[in-house]
Design a binder for this molecule. Structure first.
Ligand SMILES: O=C(O)C(=O)C[C@@H](O)[C@H](O)CO
Ligand SMILES: [Mg+2]
Length: 382
């Protein structure tokens, strides 16, 4: 079998789908994208075409190594997202060719269902209580919300009280009947992370995510020493070679690689396995589309240390399309009591509605995250 063609579709809300065709008619789908840099990743995938067309799609490991090592320069969000989308599509092809879900190719399931969580509250966390009430009605009991709005390197007691007060409201309203992670989203600098973690400790969040920016990773062990709250990170780390430093230094209890940013299934299975050796949990980041989610679930069902799966249903970014709008088999993703079932169909287990994708790709927005500013006019982390 040989790869014959790669086709990319940028679609609302901010996703990009990759279709890989072969000379035997088997087609695979992937979701290579960096949110806000879709056109850059599109160019990166197109540059990989030279290494892929004419090759055997079943030699996934070799093609991964060629894509990673063949161009001398390596790593980073753009290249690793391009590789991720190609990798997902190659696993989709191989599973379809052999008639089995990817998790069967990876040794079979270690669990019967996978715990998931939903976002509540949006960019500037508001209406969190209402959001939780609504989602609890469909059996979801685990959530994530942004911890703060803009925050200075050193900021006021009032800002701290606003952040902590929101969390106190959640515990007042729901007690321990629900769980939630708090995403600091890179908005919190090291000095304020210590303050916030101390003030949040009594409310026992499930985790605090990106407690500082990934470029400040040396603070993870120090912050972990100062708090019992499990710290999570990983959405802005892009290969084993980045995660290994975090594992060695310690401090992170949950790693959250993104299957569409960190080299795909091939790489994230290895990251999950490294994490297990350090007693670190695996909780793939996935604020993206259905192909990315399907790829996550294929790894969740073979990783012993997989604990939580993010998904974008109702997320504040999904303007113009919702998670399953481009999917012909949404019934395979039905959430029961807050869990996803294993995807039964061959390959990634998602059937892409190609007609709808093509139609939507004709007016895909160039999504950008907002550029926030502090009251003094300086750039604030979004
Ligand atoms: O889902 C998360 O945990 C996020 O932090 C969302 C962020 O990754 C945005 O997708 C960036 O545009
Ligand atoms: Mg996050």
């Amino acid at each position: 079998m040989k790869i014959t063609k790669l086709t990319l579709y940028r679609v609302p809300p901010r996703w990009m789908f990759l279709k890989i065709e072969t000379d035997e008619g088997v087609t695979g789908w992937g979701e290579p994208v960096i949110e806000g840099r879709a056109r850059t990743v599109e160019a990166a995938v197109n540059e990989l075409t030279d290494y892929l067309v004419g090759q055997d799609p079943c030699r996934i490991n070799d093609l991964w190594q060629v894509m990673y090592r063949g161009g001398f320069y390596r790593g980073g969000p753009i290249m690793m997202s391009a590789i991720a989308g190609v990798d997902q599509a190659l696993w989709d092809i191989k599973g379809k060719l052999l008639g089995v879900p990817v998790y069967e190719l990876l040794g079979g399931r270690v669990r019967d269902r996978m715990k998931m969580y939903s976002w509540v509250g949006g960019d500037r966390p508001a209406e969190v209580i209402e959001g939780i009430h609504t989602l609890r009605e469909i059996g979801i009991d685990t959530f994530k919300l942004n911890g703060t709005e803009e925050l200075g390197i050193v900021d006021t007691a009032a800002k701290v009280d606003a952040a902590v007060g929101r969390i106190a409201q959640i515990r007042d309203a729901f007690g321990k009947t629900i769980e939630f992670g708090i995403d600091f989203h890179g908005r919190v600098a090291a000095p304020m992370a210590k303050v916030l973690l101390r003030e949040l400790e009594p409310f026992r969040p499930l985790f605090v995510e990106e407690p500082v920016l990934p470029e400040q990773a040396e603070y993870y062990p120090r912050l972990a020493e100062a708090t019992a709250i499990p710290l999570a990170a990983g959405e802005r780390m892009f290969s084993r070679f980045e995660f290994k430093h975090v594992f060695r230094r310690g401090g992170i209890a949950i790693v959250q690689p993104d299957l569409s940013h960190a080299g795909g299934i091939t790489e994230c299975v290895k990251i999950a396995s490294m994490a297990e050796a350090y007693d670190v949990a695996f909780a793939p980041h996935c604020p993206l589309g259905p192909v990315a989610l399907a790829a996550c679930l294929q790894v969740d069902f073979v990783a012993h240390n997989a604990v939580l799966q993010e998904q974008s249903m109702g997320i504040h970014y999904n303007k113009g399309a919702e998670l399953f709008d481009y999917v012909l088999n949404p019934e395979d993703f039905v959430i029961t009591d807050g869990y996803f079932p294993p995807l039964p169909k061959p390959g990634l287990g998602v059937i892409v509605d190609e007609e709808r994708v093509i139609a939507a790709s004709r007016n895909a927005p160039d999504w950008r995250n907002p550029v926030w500013r502090h009251p003094d006019g300086s750039v604030a982390e979004w």
